[in-house]
Design a protein around this ligand. Structure first.
Ligand SMILES: C[S@@+](CC[C@H](N)C(=O)[O-])C[C@H]1O[C@@H](n2cnc3c(N)ncnc32)[C@H](O)[C@@H]1O
Length: 254
């Protein structure tokens, strides 16, 4: 009894230790394998800008999506003068046969201005909010413009056919994408080889532009994020009063 007692005690300690460690080990493995790629690409922070989502991508906080309640602001009569919308469209270097995708189209403000310049092509007007798609449908009937096709996108996918688009336009929209990496990968897939993406964002370098900070972007940040999906910067046109118009190209080998 006195000889076996310490041995039994030792054995009990070893068995108990193994039992305690087993689930701990299993748990650690599960945590490691459960890390989705998006957890590495994005970071969620509790301290953040109240206009933002608390989700960060490549050092930038992603802005909140502008709700469909703001549709009338997108269509405000003063917009053309303030933002020089006609100048923007004329600088897209469109060809009559171009297939264009206006991503984050909202009410279709730009889709319907682009459509007459691509009479043998068309404009996919992509938005995430079904209410915006309804506005686009209504505008399409009212303006009687046949070559605008509304497309309901999803949070991480523009839902466009592969290799189908000559030009992607994103006006004041990209900074709101909740999954910018996945959206841009979908956009790159949708572009034809040699196709172009034009990013138009309020200038983040200029504090005098009266737009909330997260709704502006610097050229440096846009270039970094487009390079992450293989797009090559071609030029920046600075002829708009408040925004950069930045042109990127899909290389044939992507
Ligand atoms: C500020 S509005 C700009 C609308 C339009 N480009 C214009 O300038 O009139 C941004 C739009 O992007 C849309 N949006 C945000 N994230 C999106 C996503 N992942 N896919 C498609 N649309 C998105 C929003 O629903 C909203 O209509």
């Amino acid at each position: 009894m006195t000889k076996t007692a310490p041995f039994i005690k030792q054995l009990t300690v070893i068995i108990l230790t193994i039992i305690l460690l087993l689930p701990l080990n299993a748990c650690t493995t599960a945590t490691a394998t459960n890390i989705a790629p998006s957890d590495i690409i994005y970071q969620q922070r509790t301290v953040h800008n109240p206009d933002g989502t608390g989700k960060f991508y490549m050092g930038r906080e992603i802005a909140r999506v502008m709700g469909y309640e703001g549709a009338s602001w997108l269509e405000r009569p003063s917009r053309g003068m303030e933002e020089k919308s006609a100048r923007l469209v004329n600088n897209l270097d469109l060809k009559p046969t171009d297939i264009v995708a206006d991503i984050g189209a909202g009410t279709g403000y730009f889709s319907f201005r682009i459509a007459p310049l691509v009479p043998e092509g068309k404009v996919f007007a992509v938005d995430l909010q079904p209410e915006m798609i309804n506005f686009i449908e209504l505008n399409k009937q009212e303006k009687n413009i046949a070559n605008v096709e509304p497309v309901l996108g999803s949070i991480d996918n523009p839902n466009l056919p592969e290799n189908s688009v000559d030009l992607v336009v994103m006006v004041d929209a990209y900074h709101e994408f909740a999954y910018p990496r996945e959206m841009m990968q979908g956009i790159v897939k949708a572009l034809k080889p040699g196709g172009r993406t034009v990013s138009i964002e309020y200038r983040g370098e200029n504090p005098m532009i009266p737009i909330k900070g997260l709704h502006k972007m610097t050229q440096q940040q846009v270039k970094k994020e487009m390079a992450a999906v293989g797009l090559v910067w071609k030029e920046t046109k600075d002829m708009l009063p408040q925004q950069h118009l930045m042109v990127f190209e899909k290389q044939s080998q992507i």
